[in-house]
Structure formats: structure tokens, C-alpha cells
Design a binder for this molecule. Sequence first.
Ligand code: MN
Length: 482
Amino acid sequence: MRDGEQTPGVALTREKKLLIARALDDMGISVIEAGSAITSAGERESIKAVANEGLNAEICSYCRIVKRDIDYALECDVDSIHLVVPVSDLHIRTKIKKDRDAVRQIAIGVTEYAKDHGLVVELSGEDASRADLGFLKALYEDGMDAGAERLCFCDTVGLLVPERTTEIFQDFSSSLKAPLSIHCHNDFGLATANTVAALAAGAKQAHVTVNGLGERAGNASMEEVVMSLEWLYKYNTGIKHEMIYRTSRLVSRLTGVSVSPNKALVGGNAFTHEAGIHVHGLIADKSTYEPMNPEYIGRQRQIVLGKHAGRSSITLALKEMGLEADEVQTEEIFNRVKQLGDQGKHITDADLQTIAEIVLDIYREPLIKLEEFTIVSGNKVTPTASIKLKVNNNIIVEAGIGNGPVDAVINSIRKAVSSCAEDIILEEYHVDSITGGTDALVEVRVKLSKNGKMITASGARTDIIMASVEAVMNGMNRLINI
Ligand code: MN
């Protein structure tokens, strides 16, 4: 929550930091760098709240080699500090404007000061990958003498390659007594590879961020490092891997930084299959085109149906929904899906489910039904919506406000259904116009999730608000049923 928060445009409030810290702690993360105490009074309040939350994890603050930073960290009740010492000549010259020996002296003094005040110290070499390794090792040794419990090697601008990482960590881990950490940045896309190489060569701890957030190209990503160790190296990290996806979604939502669709493990497409040969293979054996079970990290595979959808993709998608169709039924479902596809419509999970239920004659009355809604919007009013829904045969009336009319109406639906669907989250919202002109047919596609289950649903109308309501209600009805 310190380096990850250094992602451009990200600022976490106290409440958001608490939510993320609790999730990380639940997963079994052993150290949480909650922030940098020197930053501001608000940041200190957040770090202090995390430190006093009673979590199992060690709570840490980032500190420079400045006594004031230590004092501020102490105010926050943290267990430990990540004490960052510039070690490359470039950093020493430009940031500290002194020489190597002066930096070493200051680092020793500040380490002793932190130890005198009862803090656990992880002494970190900043820009270590561009530093003189002899100087770095000497600094580490002085730091240990001054009481530092752990040492960290920071590849601050992401210049390491796995071979060099292996060499450095084999040397350092055999010659230094304190446990070593690795801190990698992803400027060349090698953060995960370098982190894993360091661990394999003797590092005892790795600095990672959820979704690989961080400055520039980000840090080594938690999910990639954990899953590489678990799945590829068969190493039991002790992390509750089934919480990985949920945590990734939580962090994405709270930071407002979306995860790219092709991001390893947690990207939207990481376990999504489109029509064709792949789906055919999947039916025979899931492992044909999947590296691992998506359930291992708490997610599900998705089958996307487009106009190229074949019978096999439909069969598999139905199977994923727990529906079984015979040959004749499959043929009928297939024809109806094709018809929709030819109209240029995206076939969502909700569409397929609806079609399948009709064809298989297991049509269920939707749990949530729209009775009426009203919207007030304009240039001098806060967009406000009131809605009347029938939920489980009870009439519920609610109102909501929003940034715009669509937001207002969706907020009012959310409030109205909170009794039966409070944990449903609107993850994505897309609008496409199917035909041209102001009277065009508009298709709204939404992605909703509930406890890690993700589904897509759509609505198509000439009225964008009606299409949005329809999409969200379709999705909610489907999520409630699974
Ligand atoms: Mn960093």
C-alpha cells in the first residue's frame, strides 16, 4: 500500500487502506507496508488505523534515512520500518549530495535510532542494481551490526535480469547472515521473473503489489509471484490462493486502476475462451488449453459466444452453467444464438441462459422485476431516480442519486435489491450503438460479480437508461440464481 499507492493518480483514503489491509491479512500476507509516515497527517492517520486493526501481519512504514521519518513512523504505532538508503552513486550524488561514506554513517545512525525505539528494521538498498556491490555489502554488514533484522535489494528502475539476480542472491545469501528481501520493478516486464529468481537463489522475502501496481510500469505482482511459486515451483507459500482474484478485484475497484484484459491470472481474459478449436479441446479435457484450474485462485472460466460460436462452445457454456441439453435442444439453442449474433448482438451469459432455459423448458420467473421508474435530470439538478421493483413478490420503492441519470437509476436499483443481493458489484459498463442516428438501438453490456463469480449481461433499447436498467436487472437475476 506504499509502492502500489505510488501508481500515478492513486490515493487511498483511510477506509480504503483498511479494506485492503484486511484482505491482505486474510490471505496470509506477512508484512504490510501501510504507507510512508512522513507523507502527511492523513497518511499517518491511515497507517495508524491499519497498525491498530489487530491484524496478524507485521505493519510497516516506509522511511528515508532521516530521524524525523522514524519519529513519524513511531507516531503511527507500526511494528517495523522499510528504511531506504540510496546506494548507487547516481542516487547518492543527486539525492543526498554527499559521498558513500557519509550515506553509510547516516544509515547506521538512523538504524540505531530506530532500534533504540523498538522498531524492526528492514534496511533497503535503493537502486541497488546500479550500485557498487562491494559498497552495498559493506553497508548491509554495518546495518546488521547496528541491529537491522532484514536486508532488501531494490531494483528501483527495473534493470535486473534473472541470471544476474541469481548470481547476486547466491552470493549475498551465502555471505550475509540476515534474511534478504527482493524488491523489483517491471520496467522491462521482468519483475516477476527476477523476483522468483531471487527467491530461488536464497531470498527469504519478496516485495510485491496487488495487480502489479506501482510507479511507471509497476512492481512485481503479488498474484504472479505467488502463483509462479505455487503452481510452477510447487512451493507452498502459505498464501490463501483462492482469495487472489477477489483481492485483485477489490484493489482494482478501490484504486480505480483497471486490470488489463490480458494480464496474467487476474486479467478479464485469462480464463476466457472463444469459439473454435480451443473450446472443442476444452470439452474433452479442461487442461488442453488451460494452464491451471481457475478455481485455484477463486475464479471461473468463461466461454464467450460471438457469431463464430460453434456447437461445441455452446455445449461447454451450458455445462459451465450446470445445464444439460440433448442434441435437438442444443441445435435449437445454437440456431437462436446465431440469430442474435447475426443481428450484431453480443451474446452474454445471461442471453444464453435465457435462451437455454426457454428451450429446455426450465424457465424461471425472474426474482427481481421492474414495475416502474422515474428520472429527473438536467443542468441544475442532481440526477435523481426513483424506482419500484418487485423483489420476491414484495414491492420495494427506493430512490438514488448519481453523477448522471444512468448512475442514479443503477444506484436506486442497488439500494432496492440490497436485501437479496447486497454483495453484487457492477464491475464494468459498456455502451454500443448498434445502428446510427439519435434514434439508434443502444446496447448496454454490464459485467457484474458476486463473491468472485463474474457474469455478463446486456440490454438493448433505443433508450439508454432503459437499456442500462434491463442489463443490470438481467445480470442480477442471473447472479442471484447461481
Ligand atoms: Mn519501489
